[in-house]
Design a binder for this molecule. Structure first.
Ligand SMILES: [Mg+2]
Length: 368
């Protein structure tokens, strides 16, 4: 089998202005999606998405004419490109989609097949005041979620802690709450200093008292010593690593015991195959792997297959923040919208490949 073409389709997703304003400054990935279609001479097509693929046109000759099933060959090629240009991991997702279709198995089986479904947490995007957060969380619980993650602005810490306290009071003990300070995930141009160690220690203590499951990216990306100190001194679990750009850096983070929870996004960080290595390394050290998934439904599917395959968890991130960010808006170019089941779990599609059904009418409508 040979790759005959790698086709990129650039799409602009529908987004309510109010939601976009709440993400000020907004990431491009909130508005845009690129669908990668890998075509083969045997008629099998693979689909992937998640990163912008800007500039990939200069490198597609490295893949056309090659056997799509030689995954590690392609992973190594993509790593050499990442050194010089962009991260093109959605292409690897599309290749795995082909592997699954050719072998007539879900991709998760190729990653170990440890789980067929996994609990999902509702991951909110908007920054809200405490009362609005309570309403959002209660709505998510009604939908079936048993866990939620809220964002906390570093210049509005007090309001964030109050929001967690209000959520805990309204929702009780039957829900896991996570908090993201986004000190490593930065929008382009955000060069404001990260919170200092003392401030982080103080907020971690307060969140620990409120029973928060993990605190995400509370410090600057270089402050591994600080992350370890906060964990040891407060008993608060620390999560991070969602956008680390190389396998070596991720492996070093695990080796240094930087976090309790490792979160590389398979389509935005180091790809599917390399993430399996990191996930198993983290598990070997008795730490958690649960990926970041904020791109679109196809990106979420790629992460779902890997985390279920390796038996990660305890949850998978499920971007969900109605009315601005709904599964339909997130998965706007898929015919089947992903959603949780009534017990709060997300099931791995049992069909061959990643299980995405592309809506070609939507593609035609939203293509730019
Ligand atoms: Mg995060």
């Amino acid at each position: 089998m040979k790759i005959t073409r790698v086709k990129l389709t650039r799409l602009c997703r529908p987004l309510e202005p109010a939601f976009a304003a709440a993400w000020d400054p907004v990431s491009r990935s909130m508005f845009e999606a690129t669908l990668v279609t890998v075509e083969t001479d045997e008629g099998v097509c693979g689909y992937g998405s998640g990163d912008t693929m800007d500039g990939f046109e200069n490198f597609d000759h490295l893949f056309v004419g090659k056997d799509p099933l030689r995954i590690l060959h392609h992973v190594r090629t993509l790593e050499t490109i990442t050194f010089h240009a962009g991260k093109y991991w959605p292409l690897e997702a599309a290749l795995w989609d082909i592997v699954g279709k050719v072998t007539e198995q879900p991709v998760a089986l190729h990653f170990g097949g440890a789980l067929e479904r996994i609990p999902a947490y509702a991951s909110f995007g908007e920054l809200k005041d405490p009362a609005a957060y309570v309403e959002t969380v209660l709505g998510a619980m009604e939908h079936g979620f048993k866990a939620v993650k809220i964002r906390m602005a570093r210049d509005r810490i007090e309001q964030g802690v109050q929001a967690v306290a209000a959520i805990r009071e309204a929702a009780g003990e039957d829900i896991d709450i996570m908090v993201d300070l986004n000190q490593m995930w930065r929008t382009s141009g955000d060069i404001a200093p990260a919170l200092d160690l003392m401030s982080v220690r103080q907020v971690a203590c307060r969140l620990r008292e409120l029973g928060v499951l993990w605190l995400e990216e509370p410090l600057a990306p270089t402050d591994i010593v600080g992350a370890r100190m906060v964990r040891a001194q407060t008993g608060m679990r620390i999560a991070g690593g969602e956008m680390v750009r190389s396998l070596a850096e991720l492996a070093q983070l695990v080796d240094q015991d930087a976090f309790d929870i490792y979160q590389p996004d398979v389509v935005l960080s180091v790809g599917l195959h390399r993430t399996r290595f990191i996930a198993e390394l983290a598990q070997l050290h008795n730490r958690f792997f649960t990926p970041h998934t904020w791109s679109n439904g196809l990106g979420l599917l790629a992460n779902l297959h890997v985390v279920a395959g390796v038996g990660g968890g305890p949850y998978i991130e499920f971007p969900y923040d109605p009315p601005g960010w709904t599964p339909a808006r997130r998965d706007f170019f898929l015919a089947d919208t992903l959603d949780i089941e009534s017990d709060g779990c997300l099931a791995v599609p049992s069909c061959p490949g990643l299980g995405a059904v592309v809506d070609f009418d939507a593609i035609a409508y939203y293509e730019v």
